[in-house]
Design a protein around this ligand. Structure first.
Ligand code: CDP
Ligand code: ZN
Length: 161
């Protein structure tokens, strides 16, 4: 019997001046960036929470505490690699990931392909098994006003060993 597990992740970061905007491991040209202890890559944080959730391993806050100086300014791509090591130790492989970035601006469509490549590379799956979408909330709420960016992710993982 194939043992499949589903996971869900959600994250939000505030937009602030003087920060780089990094989404899915890609630096986007924009006048603001996301605020956070790490590089604040909200998309990768949602993906990591989905993966950890599916494996029953809690969340990124538990594995990479934002009170730990070791994680200050750290690339979330590195945290994603650590997350995948934890899943592999538990005998899991990724089936697929689907994620949505909610941002009024900037337009992320031109960068989606690179984000998918970055994530699929670490997850060790073909590009088609990592899907990322962008949407606005029609100028409503905190994403609509440009105060922050949110991301949702779901994933499926399977026990392979
Ligand atoms: O309702 P829908 O999501 O189609 O409309 P929208 O929020 O106005 O977004 C239109 C399209 O722009 C989306 O389908 C995305 O492909 C793209 N988009 C984007 O590239 N970057 C964003 N931050 C938001 C939307
Ligand atoms: Zn985060």
């Amino acid at each position: 019997m194939t043992a499949l597990r589903i996971g869900h992740g959600y994250d939000v970061h505030r937009l602030a001046e003087g920060r780089k905007l990094i989404l899915g491991g890609v630096e986007l040209p924009f006048e603001k960036g996301l605020l956070g202890h790490s590089d604040a890559d909200v998309l990768l944080h949602a993906v990591m929470d989905a993966l950890l959730g599916a494996a029953g391993l809690g969340d990124i806050g538990g594995h990479f505490p934002d009170t730990d100086e070791a994680y200050r300014g750290i690339s979330s791509m590195l945290l994603l690699r650590h997350t995948m090591e934890k899943l592999r130790e538990e005998g899991y492989a990724v089936v697929n990931v689907d994620a949505t970035v909610i941002a009024q601006a900037p337009k992320i469509a031109p960068y989606l392909e690179q984000m998918r490549r970055n994530i699929a590379g670490v997850l060790d799956v073909p590009l088609r098994q990592v899907n990322i979408k962008g949407t606005t909330e029609e100028k409503l709420g905190f994403t609509g006003s440009g105060a922050g960016i949110a991301a949702h992710a779901v994933c499926l993982i399977e026990k392979v060993s």
